[in-house]
Ligand binder design. Sequence first.
Ligand code: HEC
Ligand code: HEC
Length: 399
Amino acid sequence: MRCALIPALALALGLATVGAVAEPLDVAVGKALFDRMWVPAPASTLGSDGLGPLHSARSCAACHASGGGSKTAARADGSIDPSELVVRLGSNAGPGDPVYGLQIQRLGTALVAPEAAVAFDLVPSPDPTLGPTVTAVRLDALAYGPLAPDTRIEARRAPSLRGVGWLARIPQAMLEVLADPHDRDGDGISGRLGTGRFGWKAMEPTITTQTEAALVTDLGLSTPHRRTHAGDCTSAETACTTAPHGDSGHAEGVEIPAAALRALVAYVAALPAPASSADADGVAVFLKAGCAACHVPALSDASGRSVPAFTDLLLHDLGPGLAGSFPEGSALPAEWRTAPLWGLGAGVRRGDRFLHDARAATVDEAIRWHDGEAADARRRYLALAPDETARLLAYLEGL
Ligand code: HEC
Ligand code: HEC
């Protein structure tokens, strides 16, 4: 990564106050849509129907309560609640299984069998030097036959949405400046542009495309640009494709018309960014360990306002230990978008787990999993004096 920008950006740390601008009415309507529990069609409540038939949840808020992310604290039996993570499918050819589609749908409406029973177990890690546990996915009672022989599965947690409106406003040109795909500066860190900037794989370019993907894939609702009324059902799942749907009740022939989509996006984009209470003392250790090479403390929006999200929104190869099992968009299996660190403290206080599949119980564990392009930062982290480690962790927990 090219880092001439970083010292200047680091100075902006902690000084930024980020607010939000949007039409208040759209935001209020959007919040109602975000929280709405969708029901299957046909229903007497036209405008709330069209769910599924196969789906992963009944509302956006089921996975992003109050605009936050998955609640991934482990249960007493060492598992994570099946409603808190999603199961993605893919092969060397990219995302998807010919029968089950992009995602295992744990839920179905009355007429359509759910695709599988899903469980997430925290099991001993194959490489304990990196971390003690990984998240294993268990699929039982696959209702539509076996997965294709080359289909692989990955668990993903829902990130917090607070501040995504600010991430959307970072000019693409700034990401292009930070990217260093061929590591020309020889620091061992490349950083490649994703297909977009949202999601763990930086797949979706805008909040609107990400929201439409969620409506279709997670809830089974059709949208202006994704007019498939049966969501993630494939043509192999006939009970699903022939089940009643909610499109016909709407003038535009989709379950989520353009105005509703706009309101939903306005609400998500207006979610306030997490406020930092980090003690500036820890920044020095953060910089010393080389974390800022990817977790760039602050980027600027087009009007020059600081966005202290601690990400470069680029893809980095974090090594085989964290690697997923299929490519997505421009992201290779081992590449992940630098996770924003703002809001990390709220996750710690809530007892959440970290990394894309919630395998890490603590921030310390999350850092130890870093490898690949982050191997040097990991090495420097492990070499810190105990008081420096304590300062760094306290700093991160204040974000
Ligand atoms: C079943 C759980 C689930 C539901 C329901 C859900 N999401 Fe998500 N959301 C996720 C997961 C998992 C990701 C990460 C996706 C990935 O990278 O593969 C995500 C990512 C996002 C992101 C990108 C955040 C970022 O930092 O890049 C946005 C925006 C978002 N969701 C909005 C929504 C909206 C709006 C709805 C309702 C229409 C919704 N989601 C419904 C699980 C869910
Ligand atoms: C080469 C780029 C890179 C460097 C250097 C780096 N990180 Fe990361 N970091 C990432 C990526 C990419 C992820 C997401 C990985 C995943 O979820 O599988 C991540 C995830 C994290 C997470 C988990 C966040 C969450 O919400 O789950 C924490 C905490 C973190 N990094 C802290 C650090 C610290 C502290 C340092 C310095 C010691 C550091 N990182 C250095 C790229 C980097």
